[in-house]
Design a protein around this ligand. Structure first.
Ligand code: 1GP
Length: 251
């Protein structure tokens, strides 16, 4: 978290690759890892809405051995916790009103988390309407916020900050048709003082840069890299990200 805060205060931008364990085959991970190492990514997020497989520990161990990037869990539920990661985005789905995702899963995760040394990063998570129903909406059974509800999104994010969240994550959903609107990113970024993560449906350099320009501190790329591991070669991002990467690697 300290590194993320330092990046924010130095106006350095961060880029995370999201890996969904359900879609990865351990046997054929080598080429993917080599693409990760060539990419400008500064962080790896591991998780998905519905993963219930058993190879999470092995996957994270491999990533830790073969990359130098911090690995953060991005869990859909408490079964997706691995002690092998560096930290966990401890999510609260603040845009929804489903108590399971506001507090129940968090309580159930405690006995597991207490047996690990994971850095626990409290994260307010806001699901934003993105054109069609996403897995997060289906699994969490919550309604996303309307795309034009800018002030309310900012107010929720600020409530998260007041409640002690250390990060806010604006999420359009994996594979979303439309990513989070730039106006919403800026409205939220202006209102909060904690770092802002933006993800869901971002699939071009233009969209990455737009999110950074609007005020995102970290952008998350999942589907675009999953579908094409050459994504970052074709979509070289800001040199700011690359500089930050070398700093994180040296930390
Ligand atoms: C999903 O924000 C992430 O939780 C990434 O979304 O798969 O659309 O890049 P994509």
């Amino acid at each position: 978290y300290k590194t993320i805060l330092e990046a924010k205060s130095g106006n350095q931008k961060l880029l995370a690759i999201l890996l969904d364990p359900d879609k990865l085959d351990l046997e054929s991970l080598e080429p993917l890892i080599s693409k990760i190492n060539q990419s400008p990514a500064t962080h790896l997020l591991v998780g998905g809405s519905s993963f219930s497989g058993t190879h999470l520990d092995e996957l994270i161990l491999l990533l830790k051995q073969k990359t130098t990037l911090p690995v953060l869990l991005f869990p859909g539920n408490p079964s997706q916790i691995s002690a092998e990661a560096d930290g966990i985005l401890f999510l609260q789905l603040l845009s929804g009103r489903n108590p399971e995702y506001l507090i129940e899963h968090q309580i159930n995760a405690v006995p597991v988390l207490e047996k690990t040394e994971l850095e626990i990063i409290s994260t307010g998570y806001l699901l934003i309407e993105s054109g069609s129903k996403t897995a997060v909406e289906r699994v969490s059974q919550t309604k996303p916020l309307a795309r034009n509800n800018l002030n309310y999104a900012a107010q929720i994010a600020k409530a998260g900050e007041f409640m002690g969240n250390k990060l806010i994550y604006l999420e359009a959903g994996s594979g979303a048709q439309k990513s989070v609107p730039s106006e919403m990113i800026s409205r939220v970024a202006e209102r909060i003082t904690i770092p802002l993560i933006v993800g869901g449906g971002i699939r071009s350099k233009g969209a990455i840069d737009d999110a950074f320009r609007a005020g995102a501190d970290m952008v998350v790329i999942g589907t675009a890299f999953e579908n094409d591991t050459g994504f970052f070669e074709k979509n070289v991002t800001d040199s700011q990200v690359l500089n930050q990467k070398s700093q994180i690697k040296n930390a």
